[in-house]
Design a protein around this ligand. Structure first.
Ligand SMILES: Nc1ncnc2c1ncn2[C@@H]1O[C@H](COP(=O)(O)OP(=O)(O)OP(=O)(O)O)[C@@H](O)[C@H]1O
Ligand SMILES: [Mg+2]
Length: 249
């Protein structure tokens, strides 16, 4: 009996610690957002020559700084969304999302990162195609996949986005010509904190949380995700979402 009481106290304390941890992450990432947005704005002013044309060398430094800001933004968003999901507090809206426009926004967000690595970026998407889903969650899913595609592809490689209507679903493919995922590690790809052994030597930054978030967001949006990958050839992730989602519980 004594043992049972002890165990219950432990579980309650553990839950309290988990909640406090999640609230801290949520607050900290929220607080980081505003200074990051201001930093981005300041560098955009410089990059677009609004206060005079920059020397080439300086332009490159600004581009690189922008790509680091994009990376930081992504990490902050990922942490914030994971803490929301784990606290059961994620909100899902249904709205008409013109997918072509969303992909152009993503291209703009990643253009500095792509330029730094001299990678090409192609979008194939039928004009006027839209779906009913949560735009900001879909943006999170796709920015994570695009960020990975660019990060895990060497200089001068390519990243391609392809969208198709397939019956009642819209499929979005993100392909790259990068390092690929070793066959014996593919089962772990959506686990929290997993990082592939083959990429760490090329790309040291990363928390292994992006795909864990993507997997959970796709599930929340009633969709599915799959991938195929070959080492040193490339990787394709396919997200399929219903054109009109079932009612959320
Ligand atoms: N397009 C890709 N090509 C090759 N490997 C990939 C690709 N996408 C993901 N991976 C592998 O899966 C791992 C997990 O990806 P995930 O996005 O979850 O984490 P991360 O990119 O390491 O860090 P972050 O949390 O900053 O996104 C990566 O570290 C990499 O090994
Ligand atoms: Mg990632």
């Amino acid at each position: 009996m004594k043992f049972l009481v002890g165990l219950q106290t432990d579980i309650t304390a553990q839950k309290r610690t988990e909640r406090a941890k999640s609230e801290f992450v949520s607050l900290a990432s929220h607080q980081l957002r505003t200074p990051l947005t201001n930093l981005r704005w300041a560098f955009e002013v410089l990059e677009h020559g609004k206060i005079g044309k920059l020397p080439d060398e300086m332009q490159k430094i600004v581009e690189r700084a922008q790509s680091f800001i994009t990376q930081m933004n992504q990490t902050v968003s990922t942490l914030l969304n994971i803490s929301r999901i784990e606290a059961g507090k994620i909100q899902v809206r249904d709205e008409k999302v013109p997918i072509g426009r969303l992909l152009e926004d993503i291209q703009e967000e990643y253009q500095s990162a792509l330029a730094v690595k001299k990678q090409s970026f192609t979008i194939n998407c039928p004009k006027e195609l839209s779906l009913m889903t949560d735009e900001s969650l879909l943006y999170e899913i796709l920015t994570n996949l695009v960020s990975n595609a660019s990060k895990y592809t060497p200089e001068r490689g390519s990243v391609t986005l392809e969208v198709k209507q397939e019956g009642d679903a819209v499929s979005i493919r993100v392909s790259d010509t990068g390092y690929g995922i070793p066959a014996d590690q593919q089962k772990q790809i959506f686990s929290k904190f997993f990082r592939g052994g083959n990429v760490i030597k090329h790309e040291t930054s990363g928390t292994g949380l992006g795909l864990y978030l993507v997997y959970n967001l796709v599930r929340i949006l009633s969709g599915s995700i799959s991938f195929s990958s070959e080492e040193n050839k490339g990787t394709t992730f396919t997200v399929s979402l219903p054109s009109t989602p079932p009612p959320h519980s």
